[in-house]
Design a protein around this ligand. Structure first.
Ligand code: NAD
Length: 425
């Protein structure tokens, strides 16, 4: 098939390279010229395992020219951002702008299918996107063009794997013809394909993320209790997770969830519920508890070393989770801000995310590796469970001024390192 992928970020570029690998003709569209240039040079603008290799092997093209992309495609995928507004509600400006641009170009085309992969609150396809497309094109959805809402469930750090091995594919179809086209495109993937309404598809994405965020928050709540009891939450949650009604996934206590999806999606669902006259009490509390959880590591640090004024704190791990360079709503950013407010000096190390963090904090010392970051430090906070931190040995910490090591994620191996503690263990 001839495909245009609009928005070449984590979702768009992964979608593009994976579909190109299936033999489709793929054109990436982005408004960011630098990104387009990089993709055309086969350089990945983001870090994601195997993405560079997929890009190098593919024959996909990138452009800023939506006219060209739509002239040369029969289906487009909308993969633009849906960030939060100040009040937590979803900001649909990118989606609206793209809908206008697509709508204008639909006027001269035969039947064309628009697939929305961006995460959008329930009702957006029917109440916002389709009316814009119809207004701009003067055409009728379901007759002259088709619309599907196809939520993306990939995890950053495993994006290629998840795209190619999905648990399920959800096709929210406004019209059967476009649903059939998308079902055909996805028929190579070995998983259930659920065809449903656009609203059900939209909500299924939010409900999934909200449940996962709630599981983490629940584990943190039990973890905070464990800390008071002097026990390890991981011993408790291992037992809980063995119950197959629960599953052991997403029960890892620590400094809480971050990233470009969970925080904004839970907030957007709370805001959308409010608009519809429903108070999402559990999810509101998930957001509040998650914010508080990040600061527990700072409280624990102060309990150990007192005032942070002038103290050197080594931070290991900046990305919101391992195997990504993404720092959007990463706990590390809030924690560093708080440490700086309290007068601490920071030396930080992350295998992939330092370039992104440099755009926020330029007054931090960025180290070449974990060992360099630890030199002469008054304390060390571990904020991301990168594999390379699992290999740290006791003597890697010997250059610290004070041996205070606090984990915000469970990562160190107690057989290799002595004298450390976690925020919930
Ligand atoms: P991103 O910020 O990594 O990429 C978005 C890209 O869209 C950027 O390159 C930007 O320049 C481009 N863009 C913006 N406006 C454009 C326009 N008018 N035309 C063309 N390109 C435009 O975003 P992302 O993380 O890939 O997320 C995209 C959507 O997918 C969001 O709704 C997000 O919630 C959802 N989602 C993300 C993930 C994830 O893990 N990142 C997972 C599932 C769903």
């Amino acid at each position: 098939m001839k495909l245009a992928i609009i928005g070449s970020g984590y979702v768009g570029l992964v979608t593009a390279t994976c579909l190109a690998k299936q033999g489709h003709d793929v054109i990436c569209v982005d408004i960011d010229e630098k990104r387009v240039e990089m993709i055309n040079k086969k350089e990945s603008p983001i870090f994601e395992p195997r993405l560079k290799e997929y890009l190098e092997e593919s024959n996909l093209k990138a452009t800023v020219d939506l006219d060209y992309a739509m002239e040369n495609s029969d289906v487009c995928f909308v993969c633009v951002p849906t960030p939060s507004n100040e009040d937590g509600s979803v900001n649909l400006d990118y989606v609206k702008n793209v809908s206008i641009a697509i709508g204008e170009r639909l006027a001269n085309k035969g039947y064309y299918t628009i697939v929305v992969k961006s995460t959008i609150v329930p009702g957006t396809s029917d109440e916002t996107i389709i009316p814009i497309l119809e207004r701009e094109s003067g055409k009728k959805a379901g007759e002259d063009f088709g619309v599907c809402m196809n939520p993306e469930f990939l995890r950053e750090g495993h994006a290629i794997h998840d795209f190619e091995n999905p648990n399920r594919i959800v096709i929210g179809e406004h019209d059967k013809r476009s649903g059939d086209i998308l079902a055909e495109l996805y028929s190579v993937y070995n998983c259930p394909i659920i065809r449903t309404s656009t609203k059900t598809a939209e909500l299924s994405k939010y409900a999934s993320n909200a449940l996962l965020a709630t599981k983490i928050t629940f584990a943190n709540e039990i973890g905070n209790l464990c800390k008071k009891l002097g026990i390890d939450v991981y011993d408790v949650m291992k037992i809980v997770g063995m119950d197959n009604r629960v599953s052991e996934k997403f029960l890892n206590a620590g400094i809480g969830f971050g990233g470009s999806c969970f925080p904004k999606d839970v907030a957007a669902l709370v805001a959308r519920s409010k608009e519809l006259g429903h108070e999402a009490k559990v999810l509101s509390q998930v957001i509040n508890s998650n914010k508080e959880q990040r600061m527990k590591i700072v409280e624990l640090l102060e309990n150990k070393i007192g005032s942070l004024e002038g103290k050197k704190i080594a931070i290991l791990g900046l990305s919101f989770k391992p195997d990504t360079d993404d720092i959007r709503d990463a706990p590390s950013v809030d924690i560093i801000k708080k440490l700086q407010e309290k007068g601490a000096k920071i030396s930080a190390y992350d295998p992939k995310a330092m370039d992104n963090v440099k755009k926020i904090f330029n007054e931090i010392d960025y180290a070449q590796n974990a060992q360099n970051a630890l030199e002469e430090a008054d304390a060390c906070l571990i904020l991301t469970e990168w594999n390379e931190f699992k290999d740290l040995k006791d003597n890697d910490f010997n250059s610290m001024k004070n041996r205070i090591i606090i984990e915000g994620r469970k990562v160190l191996n107690p057989e290799n390192v002595k004298d450390f503690e976690g925020i919930c263990w």
